[in-house]
Design a protein around this ligand. Structure first.
Ligand SMILES: Cc1ncc(C[n+]2csc(CCOP(=O)(O)OP(=O)(O)O)c2C)c(N)n1
Length: 648
């Protein structure tokens, strides 16, 4: 017992001195940026980590140094990271709040933001039955965040092996959480039917003795929460403490480091430990003399190519939506790592647009209907992808993607770069966009424009004219996450129609490598204009071009883009007709849209200066439900005709 107490005391003290030295470096101006020290809360990290296995995974927040050090012991790597050195644990990209180590540690500065990721990682552990535990540290202030509630619900419903440690220090930045959180944490968590234990200002040894059973239960799939009442002795970050000296003195009395020290019987032992720790810390802060390798993992050979047959070969359905469904059946059968998540996607319903129909019946362990929690289902797919699965998440309507925007922007799109280029996220988020079904203002939008230009996200746009398996083939190999846009109206496209005179009269070339479909009504020689489009707009453009050709013999060049981010502008240029205006159509409204981006990029090229350009889109505003008003509002062959012939 004494040995354990001594080693826990030593570790707690070492983290304390590390943090104190760090603050000094800040005040000496030797470090820039920010840091949130865990002074007063080190024991939480030390006590919990002492009960974890080496390959268990910790996720943490802005106040992550203690958790990181207790689990990984990478003191020099952390110091170098905070100093912005190339051989810091995240090559100087992550800094103090965004740490990563060998897939056993991840932290993120967005409060509550990594709770969905923790959920996904523990889902992966459950699927693999590998007996590994995910341990997530969050603060009491984070209980104002929606992600926490979505994920608690998800964890409870799916019975995931996870331990959540709430460091309840009663304060968030400078605000007392009793003024911002409506109920006691344990009362909140109890309502999710997750067993919750409370530890009152424990030292590391208290945590070690009282958490063993709790952690064993969590590992077995009975999610557990430990609320640790804690004393934040230091400021929120560097010098921003608004608490009075009297308040601080009261808090300091609860310092667990003093508490554990008193449990050591030999004064000599304490002296020796103190001296040893001071020496070790001095050595760490003399980091210039330390060699350290951040061991970036090469991901090149980790690519897992999933070759997919043309689903049309075995398709006996009619519509494009059915083809997507057929394709999912093929890949689910072929690869057990492919998992489907979404709201109401299981049978007999099979998803709002039936794209996942009959999958649950045939691939029971790969298909999951989820709670109505867009943020969490998108976020948790990252954990699954990191652990080698290929999650495909359906967002029922594209409009609801906004609820997952933060997960996509502040989490998924950043992870590969933020976490030392050592993890891949070949996950797929797929969703139907567009109007035309009378669903009105919140179920008809084309929101993909809000994701264009987002670094670290691949965006594809399905349409019946480009082989969808080629899109999935690439997406499954991408390092970064994928957003695949579908179109509600094109789900009903009858594929046999591709053999009728309208589509046969279009000369069509598919550039598979660059995701570009190039169509011409005149064998590519006499096209008097070029119309660029994607997704649902392609149907409107083809209808316009065909009718116009019949009526006027004017031939259009049609370029359908199946990849929107990143845009391959050089390849687009090669497909543009030498003659006539360049028109970009999109079903969203045109301001700040795809057209604006393509035109701006084209006119930066001398060769494309002086051409006529035009953007044609739906109207700007709220999409009406009424059939006639919606028709008048949305992009259509008619509106393209009016604009092209200036009859608007
Ligand atoms: C989504 C989000 N909102 C706000 C912040 C700014 N912020 C950083 S830490 C913090 C307080 C967090 O309090 P708590 O979760 O209790 O953790 P503690 O700082 O007490 O450890 C705030 C508001 C943030 N990082 N992320």
């Amino acid at each position: 017992m004494q040995n354990k107490i001594e080693s826990l005391y030593k570790e707690t003290l070492k983290i304390r001195l590390f943090e104190e030295n760090l603050i000094k470096l800040f005040s000496d101006g030797k470090i820039t940026g920010t840091t949130h020290t865990c002074i007063g809360q080190e024991s939480n990290a030390v006590g919990i980590a002492s009960l974890l296995k080496k390959d268990d995974c910790i996720l943490s927040n802005h106040r992550c140094h203690g958790h990181f050090l207790a689990h990984t012991n990478q003191y020099v790597g952390l110091l170098k990271e905070i100093l912005g050195e190339e051989d810091g644990v995240c090559s100087g990209i992550g800094g103090s709040q965004h740490l990563f180590y060998q897939k056993i540690f991840y932290s993120n500065g967005i409060l509550g933001g990594n709770m969905p990721m923790a959920t996904g990682l523990s889902f992966a552990n459950k699927m693999k039955k590998n007996n590994k535990l995910v341990c997530l540290f969050i603060g009491d202030g984070s209980f104002g965040e929606g992600n926490i509630y979505e994920s608690l619900n998800f964890i409870s419903v799916f019975k995931l092996p996870i331990l959540i440690v709430v460091e309840d220090n009663g304060i968030a930045q400078t605000t007392e959480t009793k003024n911002t959180i409506a109920n006691k944490i344990e009362k909140i968590t109890a309502s999710f039917k997750i067993e919750t234990s409370i530890l009152n200002y424990p030292d590391a040894y208290d945590i070690y003795t009282k958490s063993k059973k709790i952690i064993n239960k969590a590992r077995k799939g009975y999610a557990q929460i430990i609320v640790i009442k804690s004393a934040r002795i230091g400021p929120h970050s560097k010098g921003d403490d608004t608490r009075s000296i009297k308040q601080l003195n009261l808090i300091k009395k609860k310092d667990p480091l003093i508490k554990i020290k008193k449990k050591i019987k030999s004064k000599e032992k304490i002296k020796k430990i103190n001296l040893d720790v001071i020496n070790e810390i001095n050595k760490i802060f003399n980091f210039k003399s330390q060699s350290y390798s951040n061991r970036k993992v090469s991901l090149q050979n980790k690519k897992n190519l999933i070759l997919i047959d043309n689903p049309l070969k075995t398709f006996d359905g009619k519509r494009f939506g059915e083809l997507i469904n057929h394709f999912f059946h093929i890949i689910a059968k072929k690869n057990k790592k492919i998992l489907f998540f979404g709201e109401d996607i299981v049978d007999p319903y099979g998803g709002a647009f039936k794209i996942t129909k009959n999958l649950k019946n045939l691939y029971k362990n790969q298909v999951f209907s989820t709670p109505i929690s867009e943020s969490t289902i998108v976020g948790m797919s990252s954990g699954l992808a990191i652990e080698g699965y290929r999650p495909i998440v359906e967002i029922m309507f594209g409009d609801f993607l906004s609820l997952a925007f933060d997960q996509i922007l502040n989490n998924l799109s950043k992870f590969y770069y933020m976490y030392n280029q050592s993890i891949t996220l070949p996950l797929i988020i797929r969703t139907p966009m567009g109007g035309g079904r009378g669903y009105g203002p919140t179920h008809s939008q084309s929101l993909e424009k809000f994701f264009y230009g987002m670094h670290g996200i691949n965006i594809y746009s399905l349409n019946p004219f480009f082989p969808l398996e080629k899109i999935y083939e690439e997406a499954f190999q991408n390092i970064n996450p994928n957003l695949i846009i579908e179109n509600k109206i094109q789900y009903n496209f009858i594929l046999d129609d591709l053999n009728n005179s309208k589509y046969k009269s279009l000369n069509t070339k598919n550039d598979i490598k660059n995701f570009i479909t190039n169509m011409s009504l005149s064998n590519y020689e006499d096209d008097c204009r070029t119309i660029i489009c994607h997704g649902g707009a392609s149907s409107a453009v083809i209808n316009f071009a065909y009718d116009d050709f019949i009526e006027t013999e004017n031939s259009s060049r049609i370029i359908i883009l199946s990849k929107l981010n990143t845009l391959n502008i050089e390849e687009i240029k090669k497909n543009i007709s030498d003659k006539g205006p360049i028109i970009i159509t999109e079903e969203s409204y045109k301001s700040f849209g795809l057209g604006s981006e393509i035109i701006t990029t084209l006119i930066e090229d001398e060769k494309f200066k002086g051409r006529n350009y035009m953007r044609i889109s739906s109207k700007e505003g709220v999409i009406p439900s009424s059939k006639s008003k919606e028709e008048d509002f949305l992009l259509s062959a008619k509106t393209i005709n009016k604009k092209v012939y200036n009859n608007d």
